[in-house]
Structure formats: structure tokens, C-alpha cells
Design a protein around this ligand. Structure first.
Ligand code: NAD
Length: 472
């Protein structure tokens, strides 16, 4: 039987319709994948997070853990993609180190086990203090550890029963939004709601302002420089501020110098010095300064001449309206790239640039977030402590020391009064990487909570039973 042209067209129409109803439409152009939790409009994003939070709050803690376990699994599976995307988009950092950071977040960020209960029981009954969610949290995240912060914040905030509206750094929006999508997919796959973490396609300052003043946002968390921390602290809402640092590392005459040199260079060069906790300058007691520099050179440091230091200073800073500013094209770049910018060609074995200078030198006193370490010589440990205190600028963020004298270590710790104080190790030991304890990429130095975890994102609730349930 002959088949007419009309019949052929009808069959084709039916086949195409069938494909489309299976969700496999053949578009003229491949559409962009819709990212879960990413909205065009901030109002829609906040409303969706509010709805998701209402769904998650009554669910058992065991269920939150199931979702978190899937977030951990997906983070490990996507660690390389996230690391590559982050470096590609921001042009900062080191892919290998970023993979390690994602693995650390996946494996060691505390979940619901972090929530503890305080109890009193006695003749008049039983009183508990339990930790409950705030509701919907507004979280600003940086360009330096973008997806690491999104994932770490999400695990802690979700463990505490919250949903989160992110305001990612515009220069890291793609990798941040990719991580948000991954979190929602992990939740949905585990049987949980979509939109536990949300953001908009195009984060801007206006979007952040809306989040800061929105009636449905119950807590603000800002991870970034001084500008954004001041902004959230003046919002009128409860806010946690994880601000800037400029961590000094002091080396005294009792330290194991070869080990100190290696630890300092390892800590300083991790992810090209992007972590806010990383060693940013060295204060060395005169009697061991030459030995320290000798070993630092042996462990991959390039010692810059005065003339190279001058050129480097002109390169890593720019001037705007007469004010010295960091040249963002240098932040998070490798030592090799930075030296290349001043016409010095070195091999890949060079990990760090060192030089000697006064504490007031801008490449020493300012937070660079580059593998450049200025070394300030001091006559003794007391002068070293005073110098380090000046260099930390009252951020009370992080300070490190190499010494075997407990009195010196104690005096340094008390004087600097920082959220993090690593002794005899690289700075990243503070994040549970080669040290005890859990990681976070939100260290609330300004507001005093220190290293955040699930319990930081909770409210205390007192629950009282009168004259019963004490069975002693
Ligand atoms: P940044 O301050 O440029 O940006 C951080 C975030 O704040 C971004 O999302 C940005 O869009 C937003 N932002 C900045 N100014 C704002 C304003 N006025 N209003 C609203 N939003 C604003 O910082 P960055 O370059 O992405 O990150 C590096 C800085 O963050 C360094 O100073 C570093 O020490 C600090 N940091 C601190 C921690 C910590 O845990 N304490 C962690 C990571 C980074």
C-alpha cells in the first residue's frame, strides 16, 4: 500500500510529539541546563527557600543527615569539576589545592552531630536548652573560596534546619551557582525538598541589599572583606561577620628552623595564598633570620632584590582616586606568574616570593592573597610579638608561631588574641588539614564566633518540664 505525503507528515508529527512528551524535545539550539535553586528574581528565590525550610524543619534529624550524606558524596564526585570551574572563572588559585579543599569540606564539615543539648534535672523537673534553626539565612560568599564556602555553609546551615539564600561574589557566580544546583540535586535525590539553597542568576549589590533588608531573612552571614562585613553588621538584623585577616607568622630562636621554613611556605602557597588564614608575612628573630631564609630558599622560595621588590610593589597595587588598591589581576596568582609580570622567568619549582623589609612596607602590611612573603627582622621575641600585633591590624583573625618555648607561645597567643593560632605547623592545620578539628571557610573573626559549624547557625531554646521527668 502506497503511503501519502500527508501520512508521512502525520507520522513525523506523532514521533516528534512523543519525543517531546518524554521530556526530550529537539530544540533549534541546545538550551542552557536549568540549575536547581537558581532564580531570575530574588523575591522568588527567597520565597522558594522559605517554603523549603518549612518542609525541612519538621523532618527528623536522621533525614537531614541523609541529605547531607548525599551532598558529601556529590561534592567528592564533583571536586575536580568545581576546582577547575573556580580557577577558570576567577583566574585565581590552584586546581589541585582546590580539589583538596572540596574533599576536606565534604569529609569533615560537621553535620547534625554538632548540635548538642544542655540539660538540668532535679527536684523541680527537667530543663533542656536545645538548638533550633533561625529559618532562612542570607549568606554572602567570596570569590576566593567560592564553591567551598557555598558547600560548607550549606551543610552546616542545613544540619541546623535552615534554608539559605546565597549572594555569591559576582566574579564567581557560575561555580557558586553550580554548587547550589548540586546541593539541591543531592536533596531531591535523597527524597528532600528542592531550594534548600538558592541564589539568582546574576548576583549584584542590589540583590544583596534586598537580602539584607528582607523580612523573610532571619540571619545574615557574610564571608568576605571589611566592606561586606560592615554592611551586614549595620543591617539591623542578627549578623555573623567573617572578615579579612593579615596573619603574621612569628619564628623565634627556639624553633625547629628547617621545619618552620617548610611549614610556612606550604601554608603560604596553599591555593596561591587565597585562604584568609594563610601566612601573609613573617616576623623572624634576628639570630635565626638568615637560617630561616636559607631554608625557605631551599623549599622553593625566590628571594627578590630591592629593585624587583619595587617593581613587584608597582605591579600588585594600582591607584584609584589617589588610593592604593590591590590589583585584582595579581590576587591568587602563582609566584611564577607574578614574577613573570615583572619580567623574571622562573621554573615551576618556585612556589613563593620572599623579601626583607620594614613592617610598614605595603606588601607586608596589607593583605595581598598572593604567594609573597615579606620578612621583618626583630631583635627578640618581645619585639616580634609587638610587630605581629601591629601587622594583624586588630582583625583578631589568625596568627601563627614557630617556637618550642611555651612561655613565648602563650604570650603571643594572649597578645594577638586571634580566632586561630597555629603553633609549629602550616596555617591550614587550623582547618583540620594536618591538624585536629573540623574545617570551615567562614571564620567569624569580627563577631567572635570563630570557626563556624552547624551550631553557629542555631538559636537557643529552653524547654522546661515542671515537677516531672527527673528520675534520679
Ligand atoms: P569581597 O569583600 O570583595 O567580596 C566578598 C563578598 O561580599 C562578595 O560576595 C561581594 O559581592 C560582596 N560584597 C562586597 N562588598 C559589598 C557591599 N558593599 N555590599 C554588599 N556585598 C558586598 O572579598 P573577596 O575578594 O571575594 O574575598 C577576599 C576577602 O574576604 C579577604 O579580605 C579575605 O580575608 C576575606 N575572607 C574572609 C574569610 C573568613 O572566614 N574570615 C573567608 C574568606 C575570605
Amino acid at each position: 500500500m502506497a503511503i501519502s505525503e500527508q501520512d508521512i507528515q502525520a507520522i513525523v508529527r506523532n514521533v516528534i510529539q512523543g519525543i517531546q512528551t518524554e521530556g526530550n524535545a529537539i530544540p533549534a539550539q541546545a538550551p542552557k541546563k536549568k540549575l536547581m535553586g537558581i532564580f531570575e528574581n530574588i523575591e522568588d528565590a527567597i520565597a522558594a527557600a522559605k517554603k523549603a525550610q518549612k518542609e525541612i524543619q519538621p523532618m527528623p534529624l536522621e533525614f537531614r543527615e541523609k541529605i547531607i550524606a548525599n551532598i558529601r558524596k556529590k561534592t567528592l564526585e564533583n571536586a575536580q569539576i568545581l576546582a577547575e570551574m573556580g580557577v577558570e572563572e576567577t583566574k585565581m588559585g590552584n586546581v589541585g589545592h582546590k580539589i583538596l579543599k572540596h574533599q576536606l569540606v565534604a569529609e569533615k564539615t560537621p553535620g547534625t552531630e554538632d548540635l548538642s543539648t544542655l540539660a538540668w534535672s532535679g527536684d523541680r523537673g527537667l530543663t533542656l536548652v536545645e538548638q533550633g534553626p533561625f529559618g532562612v539565612i542570607g549568606a554572602v560568599t567570596p570569590s576566593t573560596n567560592p564553591s567551598e564556602t557555598v558547600i560548607c555553609n550549606s551543610i552546616g546551615m542545613l544540619a541546623a534546619g535552615n534554608a539559605v539564600v546565597f549572594a555569591p561574589h559576582p566574579a564567581a557566580k557560575n561555580v557558586s551557582n553550580f554548587a547550589i544546583d548540586m546541593i539541591n540535586r543531592a536533596s531531591v535525590e535523597a527524597g528532600g525538598p528542592e531550594n534548600l539553597a538558592v541564589a539568582v542568576e546574576n548576583p549584584t549589590m542590589e540583590v544583596s541589599e534586598t537580602i539584607f533588608s528582607h523580612k523573610d531573612i532571619n540571619l545574615l552571614v557574610a564571608t568576605g572583606g571589611p566592606g561586606v562585613v560592615t554592611k551586614v553588621l549595620s543591617s539591623g538584623k542578627r549578623a555573623l561577620g567573617a572578615g579579612a585577616g593579615n596573619p603574621p607568622v612569628l619564628v623565634d630562636e627556639t624553633a625547629n628552623i628547617p621545619k618552620a621554613a617548610e611549614d610556612i611556605v606550604n601554608g603560604c602557597t596553599f591555593d596561591n595564598n587565597l585562604p584568609c588564614i594563610a601566612e601573609k608575612e613573617v616576623v623572624a628573630v634576628e639570630s635565626i633570620a638568615d637560617e630561616l631564609i636559607f631554608y625557605m630558599k631551599k623549599t622553593g622560595c625566590y628571594y627578590a632584590s630591592d629593585e624587583e621588590v619595587a617593581r613587584l610593589t608597582d605591579t600588585v597595587f594600582t591607584t584609584k582616586n589617589g588610593k592604593r588598591m590591590l590589583n585584582r589581576a595579581c590576587v591568587g596568582r602563582s609566584a611564577k606568574v607574578l614574577l613573570g609580570k615583572i619580567g623574571v622567568d622562573v621554573g615551576n619549582e618556585i612556589r613563593c616570593i620572599i623579601f626583607e623589609g620594614q613592617k610598614e612596607h605595603p606588601m607586608i602590611s596589607e593583605e595581598l592573597m598572593m604567594p609573597i612573603l615579606g620578612i621583618v627582622r626583630v631583635k627578640d621575641v618581645d619585639e616580634g610579638i609587638e610587630t605581629a600585633l601591629w601587622l594583624e591590624h586588630g582583625n583578631r583573625h589568625s596568627a601563627h608561631m614557630h617556637s618550642t618555648n611555651v612561655n613565648n607561645l602563650t604570650k603571643y597567643g594572649k597578645t594577638l588574641d586571634t580566632a586561630i593560632f597555629v603553633k609549629n605547623g602550616p596555617s591550614y592545620a587550623a582547618l583540620g588539614f594536618g591538624g585536629e578539628g573540623y574545617p570551615t571557610f567562614t571564620i567569624c573573626s569580627r563577631t567572635g564566633e570563630g570557626l563556624t559549624s552547624a551550631k553557629t547557625f542555631t538559636k537557643s531554646r529552653r524547654c522546661v518540664m515542671c515537677d516531672a521527668l527527673c528520675i534520679r
